[in-house]
Design a protein around this ligand. Sequence first.
Ligand SMILES: [Cu+2]
Length: 128
Amino acid sequence: MKKVIALMSVLALTLLVGRVSADDMGGMKMEKKSKAGKAMKCEVVDVACYVKDGKKATGESHKACAVKCISGGGELALLSKGKLYIPVDGMFHSARAQFASKAGEMVEVTGKVISKGGVNYLQVGEGK
Ligand SMILES: [Cu+2]
């Protein structure tokens, strides 16, 4: 029950923040997309594997490979609804360390999405 209430307040906050920022940016041209405080379910994937093999490089069957690739220094990203997001902090510094131990796993991340030039950043913990 506690969890449900917490989830609902996060959702309410998300909607609230979302509305404020939508109003703020009403006049802006939206090549740079920025959403505040979005909770996303993501899989921690190895970018090289995903670019090479797509969906086959996800899920339980690929987990061992993801662990091997990422622990071996492979670039990681968060996969959500077919899009890859580079996890960073509020200063755009890599947040890789937060996810390196979760290779091939699903994580729930709240943050701010910034997309430009074909790159998606997820500023973890920002825009709450
Ligand atoms: Cu792999």
